[in-house]
Design a binder for this molecule. Structure first.
Ligand code: PLP
Length: 437
C-alpha cells in the first residue's frame, strides 16, 4: 500500500516542489518510501493514508507540537474559540492577555506584536529594527526563514556564486539591490562580529541571531555580542522561533542571562496552531508605528487562544523538564547503540532538539537506511529527535531498542559496502546548512 507516495507524485504535478515546507519533502527523508501524508495524529502517534500506525520519534511536527499532536487541553481551548467565533470585526481579547504573559515571562520586554509564522515574524522584527535605527545592514548568525531580507545573504558579486553562503538556499527572485546588506558571523566566533562592527558599525540596524542551536555559547560569547550591539547602536534580535520553549518556559536566552532588544517566537508557541510573537523593549517596539506592518489574519483568535493554553500547560506541568529528560535519554541511547554496533556517530544539539550524523564515506545513504529500517519497525525516525511532552519513557525505550538493531544493520552494511544495495529507493537529499552548526 503506497497511497501516500501516489498522492505525493500527483502533488508534484499540482504544487511546485510537492509541499509547502522544505523539511516536509519526502526526498529529504526516504525518497519513494516515506509515508508522506497523515490521516490522523494524536500524542506521539501518527496514522498514514493506508491506516499504518507509527510512533513519531523524529521531527515531531517540525518542532511545532511541543506538547504532542492534538493536545487535549489546547484543542479544548481552541474548540471553544471556534464556537465563540474565531474571526470577527472586533479584536481578540486574548491578544492582550498573551502580551501580558509573554512580558511577565521575559521581564526585559514591554511590548508585543503578533504574526502567524516564524519567517514573517522575523521579517517584522527586521523591519522594526531598520525603522528604529534608520539603518539597513544586518549582522546575522543562523537561519531566519525565506524572506528577501534574509535570502539576500546568498546574493554574490557573480550570480554563479549565489547560494554559496547558506548551501541549499537559492536566492533567485531576490532583488540584487539587497546585495551587501547581510553580514554573516559564525556562532562562538566573536572575532567575526567584532570585524563587522569595526567595518560597518554605524550602518548596522540589527544583530540577528539564534541564541543557541547546536551547542551553547562558549565563555562570554553572548554577553560580548550584547555589548557589541549596544556600542554600535544596533538592535539585538534573538530568533527563538525554534529554541524557545524547549529548555525553559520562554526563550532559551533566559537560561544564559543575556537579554536582547527583541525576541521572536513561533513553532512551539501555538503547539501546532499557527502563532508567532515579536516581543521587545518599548522604544524599539514603538518604532513599528513609524512604518506599516499589518495583516488581516494576524487578528484571528485561534492563534492567541492556542498560545495561552500551550503556555499555561507548559508552566503548570514544567514541560521543559520532560523535554530535556527525554532528549537526554535518547542522546545516551544513541551513544550506547552506536558504541555497541561500532557505528561512528556524532551527536549534537540541545537535548530537546537532538540529532546525529553517521560518519561514513556513503554520504546520506546510511541515515536513509536507518530511516528505512525504523519505518519497517513502526517508527517515523530520522537522524533527529525532537522531544514532545507526549513522548513517554516506554515509547522512548521501544524506540531505542529498535535503534540498537537498526544501528547494527547500518554498521554491517557500511563495513560490507552494501548500504546503497540495501536501500529500496534513492538516498535522501541533503537539507540546507546553517551558520550555527
Ligand atoms: C530559527 C528559525 N527562524 C525562523 C524560522 C522560520 O519559521 P517558519 O518556518 O515558521 O516560517 C525557522 C524555521 O525552522 C527557524 O528555525
Amino acid at each position: 500500500m503506497r497511497t501516500g507516495q501516489d498522492l505525493y507524485r500527483k502533488a508534484k504535478t499540482l504544487i511546485p516542489g510537492g509541499t509547502q515546507l522544505l523539511s516536509k519533502r519526502p526526498e529529504l527523508h526516504l525518497p519513494d518510501n516515506w509515508p508522506s501524508y497523515y490521516s490522523r495524529a494524536k500524542g506521539a502517534e501518527v496514522w498514514d493514508l493506508d491506516g499504518r500506525r507509527f510512533l513519531d520519534m523524529g521531527f515531531s511536527g517540525i518542532g511545532s507540537t511541543v506538547l504532542g499532536f492534538a493536545d487535549p487541553d489546547v484543542n479544548a481551548a481552541v474548540s471553544k474559540t471556534i464556537d465563540a467565533g474565531s474571526m470577527c470585526t472586533l479584536n481578540s481579547p486574548e491578544e492582550v492577555e498573551l502580551a501580558e504573559l509573554l512580558c511577565s515571562l521575559h521581564p526585559w520586554a514591554e511590548m508585543v506584536r503578533y504574526a502567524r509564522c516564524g519567517g514573517e515574524a522575523m521579517a517584522i522584527a527586521i523591519r522594526i529594527a531598520r525603522a528604529h535605527t534608520g539603518r539597513e545592514k544586518i549582522a546575522f548568525c543562523g537561519y531566519h526563514g525565506w524572506h528577501d531580507w534574509y535570502l539576500s545573504a546568498n546574493l554574490a558579486d557573480d550570480d554563479v556564486l549565489d547560494g554559496h553562503l547558506l548551501p541549499g538556499l537559492d536566492a533567485k527572485g531576490v532583488p540584487r539591490g539587497l546585495k551587501g546588506t547581510m553580514l554573516p558571523f559564525r556562532y562562538n566566533q566573536i572575532g567575526d562580529l567584532e570585524q563587522i562592527i569595526r567595518e560597518h558599525g554605524s550602518e548596522i540596524a540589527a544583530v540577528s541571531m539564534e541564541p543557541m542551536r547546536e551547542r551553547g555559547p562558549e565563555g562570554d560569547f553572548l554577553r560580548q555580542v550584547r555589548s557589541l550591539a549596544t556600542k554600535a547602536g544596533a538592535v539585538l534580535i534573538f530568533d527563538e522561533v525554534t529554541s524557545g520553549f524547549r529548555k525553559t518556559c520562554g526563550g532559551i536566552h533566559l537560561t544564559f542571562g543575556v537579554d536582547p532588544d527583541m525576541a521572536v517566537f513561533a513553532k512551539a508557541l501555538g503547539n501546532g496552531f499557527p502563532m508567532a510573537a515579536i516581543i521587545g523593549r518599548r522604544p524599539v517596539m514603538q518604532s513599528a508605528q513609524t512604518t506599516f506592518i499589518s495583516s488581516t489574519y494576524w487578528t484571528e483568535r485561534i492563534g492567541p487562544t492556542a498560545a495561552l493554553a500551550t503556555l499555561r500547560k507548559f508552566q503548570k506541568q514544567k514541560v521543559h523538564e520532560h523535554l530535556i529528560r527525554m532528549g537526554t535519554i535518547v542522546q545516551e541511547g544513541w551513544r550506547r547503540a552506536a558504541d555497541q554496533a561500532g557505528l561512528p556517530l556524532t551527536i549534537d544539539g540541545m537535548e530537546p532538539l537532538s540529532h546525529f550524523v553517521i560518519e561514513s564515506a556513503f554520504g546520506e545513504a546510511p541515515r536513509t537506511l536507518y530511516t528505512q529500517l525504523m519505518l519497517e519497525k513502526g517508527f517515523l525516525a530520522l537522524n533527529k529527535f525532537y522531544s514532545m511532552y507526549a513522548h513517554t519513557e516506554e515509547q522512548v525505550a521501544q524506540y531505542l531498542s529498535a535503534t540498537e538493531e537498526a544501528f547494527s544493520s547500518v554498521a554491517r552494511a557500511i563495513t560490507e559496502g552494501t548500504v546503497i544495495d540495501r536501500l529500496q529507493g534513492p538516498a535522501a537529499h541533503a537539507g540546507f546548512k546553517r551558520l550555527t552548526a
